[in-house]
Design a protein around this ligand. Structure first.
Ligand SMILES: Nc1ncnc2c1ncn2[C@@H]1O[C@H](COP(=O)(O)OP(=O)(O)OP(=O)(O)O)[C@@H](O)[C@H]1O
Ligand SMILES: [Mg+2]
Length: 500
């Protein structure tokens, strides 16, 4: 193609179909081809530009640079810009400018050489990038400004992000934290297994929901802080889990104050319990009267027997056995009554009710087997942990299991079924349910079921359920009775998993 040559009509059609502007120049920068996209982009007709220098399309600064390039080419014979794309500021006919991406190629086989420039208007991309950048900055400012800890944890349990408040509470810098294992580094050892378990359960749970819980952290200063967390799974555009975002508030001081309040309340409750001791005194004396009267009777009988002419040692032994049994029963009544009255300080820890059940599994199994009862467990593996005094809660469970075993002695061996289950209730509640296939609570004591000394058992003190309920209520929970379907009794312990 010489200076006068026009591109063939196919080539012309091709050039005009292009979306990018295409400008062909000779070695001095004189425009030889100017396609339709270039006309639209720069606002010039091709005829106005052909034969003029391409610097017409450039802003002042790019013009100087361009002259430099051509000058260097003339001196050295090396075309520096070839094959390298760069961003330039282009100029329209009306003098307005726009950002453009320019790539230049040398057309082979011409001497002096010719160059072709492809120009792509990047105004929209620039604007989009600027908007994204602006949003990112704004989001970052929010992250830094909030007074809530924000921690991103990836599926490998590593810290992927942490905001300023998070660093402040944990007492370390972000670069130190990024990439470290969240659970190993910050969750105290005894809480770690439960926290990892809850984390994994959250990754699997559908539908996605925020999960609330309290869990302490050990800071870089070695201090322990209690944090109320809200965990939320973040998914990527394809619905795959990208990370879990934990937002947390430091509630150490608030809980401390609450605990003090609770202690005070417990002391007040103890005082009011003492008041009911008065009311219960008549109940106790009535309860103790029976064994004491029996002891007196058997002792008198024993004395009589000894002074009789012919003494049957068998009769004396029988009297002494009865005295022993009655004395033990009286002692039992007093012991259980004392345990009810004792000021009970809970030793709370964060644990799953499943563990409470498992830990006394063998004990209850043995007890049940000896009484011909079949126990089945149905524990929800995704049960959120709760704040609980394990020993005391085991005490409750043992009382309930013992009652069920007692109750089922009246039915045939093959039909004695006891089911212990844990379930998630509404609003973050968790439940421990003990259900049996026995006769259910007799009608006549249903009203007084949770009152002291309500018993239908010869050897019972009628304090088991009273004690159990007082323990559950000290956990701010509920202990309730329901008739079981199709038959039997069902006792339900309900605790809240959202701090208690
Ligand atoms: N699972 C059950 N099925 C049927 N009745 C029950 C069941 N659990 C409790 N009851 C009834 O409730 C009464 C009160 O129970 P509670 O545990 O308070 O006292 P107790 O078992 O009689 O005596 P203690 O527990 O002091 O040995 C029982 O005597 C029994 O009549
Ligand atoms: Mg009992």
């Amino acid at each position: 193609m010489t200076h006068a040559e026009r591109p063939s009509s196919e080539l012309e059609a091709l050039l005009d179909a292009a979306v990018d502007a295409i400008v062909l120049i000779d070695h001095q920068g004189v425009v030889q081809v100017f396609n339709q996209a270039a006309e639209r982009m720069f606002g010039y007709g091709a005829a106005e530009v052909m034969g003029r220098n391409v610097t017409l399309l450039m802003t002042e600064s790019d013009r100087v640079q361009h002259d430099g390039y051509l000058e260097r080419y003339r001196r050295t014979g090396v075309a520096h810009v070839i094959g390298i794309g760069r961003e330039v500021q282009a100029r329209r006919k009306d003098g307005s400018t726009f950002p453009a991406f320019l790539s230049v190629g040398q057309i082979a086989g011409f001497d002096p050489p010719r160059f072709v420039g492809f120009i792509h208007d990047v105004t929209l991309r620039r604007q989009a990038l600027a908007a994204v950048e602006h949003e990112r900055e704004r989001a970052n400012r929010y992250l830094e400004a909030v007074q809530t800890m924000l921690v991103g944890i990836d599926t490998d349990q590593r810290v992927s992000m942490i905001n300023r408040k998070g660093c402040e509470v944990l007492g370390c810098d972000e670069p130190m934290l990024s990439g470290s294992n969240w659970f190993e580094r910050f969750i105290p050892a005894e809480q770690r297994a439960a926290a990892v378990f809850a984390f994994e359960a959250l990754l699997d749970r559908q539908p996605r929901q925020a999960h609330y819980f309290e869990c302490p952290v050990t800071t870089c200063r070695g201090e322990r802080r209690l944090i109320a967390w809200r965990a939320m799974v973040v998914e990527d555009a394809h619905g795959a889990v990208s990370e879990v975002l934990w937002s947390g508030d430091d509630v150490t001081e608030a809980r401390r104050a609450e605990n003090e309040l609770r202690d005070t309340r417990q002391r007040i409750m103890q005082v009011s319990r003492l008041a009911t001791i008065g009311e219960m005194a008549s109940g106790i004396s009535h309860e103790l009267n029976q064994p004491l009267a029996a002891i007196a009777n058997f002792a008198q009988a024993g004395t009589r027997l000894l002074s009789a002419a012919s003494v049957e040692s068998e009769d004396i032994q029988e009297a002494l056995r009865e005295i022993t049994a009655q004395a033990l029963r009286a002692g039992d009544i007093l012991r259980r009554f004392r345990s009810l009255m004792r000021h009970r300080q809970l030793t709370l820890e964060f644990a799953s009710l499943n563990d409470v059940v498992s830990e006394i599994g063998s004990l209850t199994q043995a007890d049940a087997r000896a009484s011909g009862v079949h126990i089945s467990l149905d524990l929800d593996p995704a049960l959120p942990p709760v704040s609980v005094d394990r020993v005391q809660m085991q005490h409750v469970l043992l009382n309930l299991v013992r009652n069920s075993i007692d109750a089922m002695q009246t039915i045939s061996v093959g039909a004695r079924d006891l089911r212990i289950s844990t379930v998630r209730g509404r609003d973050g509640e968790v439940q421990l349910v003990v259900a049996d296939s026995g006769p259910g609570v007799p009608e006549e004591i249903r009203e007084r079921l949770f009152m002291p000394f309500a018993t239908t058992k010869e050897e019972g003190t009628g304090l088991g359920l009273v004690i159990s309920r007082s323990i559950v209520e000290a956990h701010h929970g509920r202990l309730e009775y329901q008739a079981n379907r199709p038959r039997g009794a069902r006792f339900i312990v309900t605790l809240s998993s959202e701090g208690s």
